[in-house]
Design a protein around this ligand. Structure first.
Ligand code: HEM
Length: 231
């Protein structure tokens, strides 16, 4: 969600190749080659989609088979949160991976990964409100005001909503690419808030959130370095 969909971007090494469906001509070797490329693209896309959906399917399976441990609600809320955060980080890692591996077409998957991250975080929030708080919205407001980790999580979620809503090509056209890109810079606030949310809620062992913080720092550091280097 942090960059315009590729069908609206250039095919420079920074931007990546087009996201638009490949049109294959009915005849000629070029057409066959394009059709093969397109079939491979679809396969890779299906693999990315399955990889993003697999943790949710596994969690659902564990929930239905009563395999979520002694505190199933906590496990559910936490697993959805941690997968939301992981996918947000994977989304941020796509551009560095595309540049370093010289595979500009990788950036096509950013939108899918971003939308999956949003889905996990939304389910994380709803499982907390529904299963943990029994839809007690008064308690939710109290939590937002009194528990700093909830305040930060909620701030991150509120900022994620416009990014998810405007993730379509139609919105890029409606807003104009510059305004769209400015809005999607919010991702650089959202992910640190997600990591801070995690850090604050952990009571004893801070190593796991610190690992996520280190990955985030590396990804942001790479972007800052690249911006300076390409000036
Ligand atoms: C971008 C937004 C968010 C991200 C990335 C996120 C991520 C996480 C992560 C990584 C965890 C810890 C998982 C673990 O311990 O393994 C967590 C736990 C939790 N989050 Fe979020 N979260 C977000 C938003 C929210 C929101 C909006 C709420 C509620 C209003 C919320 C409520 C909670 C709760 C209650 C826990 C479990 C705390 C506990 O068990 O002690 N989160 N979240």
């Amino acid at each position: 969600m942090n960059r315009p969909p590729q069908s609206l971007r250039d095919s420079s090494p920074r931007g990546g190749a087009s996201n638009a469906p490949t049109r294959s001509s009915p005849s000629g070797g070029g057409g066959a080659k394009r059709r093969r490329g397109s079939a491979r693209d679809n396969l890779v896309y299906a693999a990315v989609w399955l990889a993003c959906a697999a943790p949710l399917a596994w969690l659902a399976f564990r929930a239905f088979t009563g395999d979520l441990g002694v505190n199933p609600i906590e496990t559910l809320v936490r697993q959805l949160g941690v997968w939301g955060l992981r996918l947000l980080l994977v989304g941020l890692a796509v551009t560095p991976a595309a540049v370093i591996l010289k595979k500009p077409r990788l950036v096509r998957f950013r939108r899918t990964i971003g939308l999956f991250a949003f889905a996990y975080v939304t389910l994380h929030l709803f499982s907390y409100i529904g299963v943990d708080l029994y839809f007690d919205f008064g308690q939710l407001v109290k939590d937002i005001l009194k528990r700093p980790f909830i305040t930060l999580g909620m701030a991150a979620f509120v900022m994620l909503v416009p990014l998810a809503v405007t993730s379509t090509n139609g919105w890029v056209i409606r807003m104009g690419r510059a305004a769209w890109s400015r809005l999607h810079w919010l991702i650089y606030v959202i992910v640190p808030l997600g990591v801070a949310h995690y850090y604050l809620l952990v009571k004893a062992d801070h190593r796991p959130p610190l690992v996520y913080a280190a990955i985030l720092a590396a990804l942001l550091g790479w972007r800052a370095w690249r911006k300076l280097a390409t000036r």
